[in-house]
Design a protein around this ligand. Structure first.
Ligand SMILES: NC(=O)c1ccc[n+]([C@@H]2O[C@H](COP(=O)([O-])OP(=O)(O)OC[C@H]3O[C@@H](n4cnc5c(N)ncnc54)[C@H](O)[C@@H]3O)[C@@H](O)[C@H]2O)c1
Ligand SMILES: [Zn+2]
Ligand SMILES: [Zn+2]
Length: 359
């Protein structure tokens, strides 16, 4: 058993705080990880607001990199000393999706079997089965993806939002050479979708946001044009910027039905809409059915960018180390464990792409 400090959300809507967390030694199929860095994601805030479930207390944090300290019996493929990015898609290899050769949709992903607890024994629910705002965490061994050593603050971001954005473009949207892409919402996820579109060979990449600071970041990450939707008609502008046709791929990275509608209508015939922003349960979309049918193409939700961590994390770290993917640009600031609540405020005010806790 290890006694560490961790960032815990005790009750709905209440500020998060640092608590003592007891972390068991790894059992069969588990790994104990020394966390080095963990990004603050919108999903952590969703947890503390009760938007994901009511299984309080939550141990937050899930975009992390670190070093494996120990593994339990029967673990293969990851060893003590390995530098790893934690993932929330530890594929089972046995569910109906894995058996059909589509492990990136795995319906039975693995998490640690043992519980981390507060010092009074209360079981913690780790965010996305990870719980990495803590100096050590216990995960399923398959949640550890070994990658070449890289700056942990940058590498850890591939564990959630940045991978989701890159994958929304490269995997779900299947952006290819010469495509035009419009990304609605240029936060961490949207800016990653922009970077992914550039990597995939798109020639027109349009960033749409309401906030001029985000539009400036979109340009830094490779957007060839930006649209300020607070003062311009986003659909009309995207059409203008794509020869009057609309973009081949429109990516919704906000989680808002109005923005989904804009993405739908800003798309060329036979184009693709990718929904990577997370909606709340009350949201509805309503569209003329003839427009859905008549425009053809595809409307695709994207969870975690349809990534396969074992395939995609090492590849993306190689691109980072080769200077072709600027993960450092997403690290707006580094903070301590005690600064997560303040980082939520900065995230809400749109001041950062990512605050990253360094442990
Ligand atoms: N699908 C997945 O696997 C996955 C993974 C991680 C995060 N997400 C989700 O992706 C979304 C974006 O995450 P993020 O970390 O980039 O958040 P963020 O808050 O950093 O970015 C959202 C951006 O959208 C902009 N925006 C808000 N309303 C807009 C509008 N009407 N038109 C245009 N732009 C608008 C904001 O100004 C902001 O820049 C969230 O819903 C998050 O939960 C999804
Ligand atoms: Zn599976
Ligand atoms: Zn996340």
């Amino acid at each position: 058993m290890h006694e560490v400090k961790g960032v815990v959300a005790r009750a709905k809507g209440e500020p998060v705080g640092i608590e003592t967390v007891l972390v068991p030694d790894p059992g069969p199929g588990e790994a104990l990880v020394d966390v080095q860095a963990c990004g603050v994601c919108h999903t952590d805030l969703h947890y503390r607001e009760g938007g994901i479930g009511e299984d309080f207390p939550y141990l937050l944090g899930h975009e992390a990199a670190g070093v494996v300290e120990a593994v339990g019996p029967g673990v293969e493929g990851v060893s003590p000393g390995d530098f790893v990015i934690l993932n929330w898609r530890a594929v089972c290899g046995e569910c109906r999706s894995c058996r059909r050769g589509r492990p990136w949709y795995c319906f039975a992903t693995h998490n640690a079997a043992q519980k981390m607890t507060l010092s009074d024994g209360t079981a913690l629910s780790p965010a996305l089965g990870i719980g990495a705002f803590a100096s050590k965490t216990l995960v399923a061994a398959g949640q550890c993806t070994p990658v070449p050593r890289a700056r942990p603050e940058a590498a850890g971001l591939l564990g959630c939002g940045i991978m989701a954005g890159l994958g929304a473009a490269m995997l779900t949207g299947e952006v290819g050479r010469g495509d035009s892409v419009a990304v609605f919402g240029c936060g961490g996820v949207g800016c990653a979708a922009i970077a992914g579109s550039v990597l995939a060979g798109a020639t027109t990449v349009i960033g749409v946001d309401l906030d001029s600071r985000k539009l400036a970041l979109a340009r830094e990450l490779g957007a060839t044009a930006v649209v300020d939707a607070s003062s311009e008609d986003a659909v009309a502008r995207v059409r203008e910027l794509t020869g009057g046709n609309g973009a081949d791929v429109c990516i919704e990275a906000v989680g808002n039905p109005k923005v989904f509608e804009q993405a739908f209508f800003a798309r060329d015939l036979a184009g693709t809409v990718v929904q990577v922003g997370v909606p709340t349960p009350d949201m509805k979309i309503e569209l003329p059915m003839i427009e859905f049918f008549g425009r053809g193409g595809r409307l695709k939700p994207s969870w975690y960018g349809d990534c396969l961590p074992s395939r995609d994390f090492p590849l993306l770290i190689d691109l980072y180390l080769a200077g072709r993917l600027d993960l450092d640009r997403f690290v707006s600031e580094t903070i301590g464990l005690g600064d997560v609540e303040a980082a939520f405020g900065r995230m809400r005010r749109g001041e950062v792409l990512r605050s990253v806790v360094v442990i």
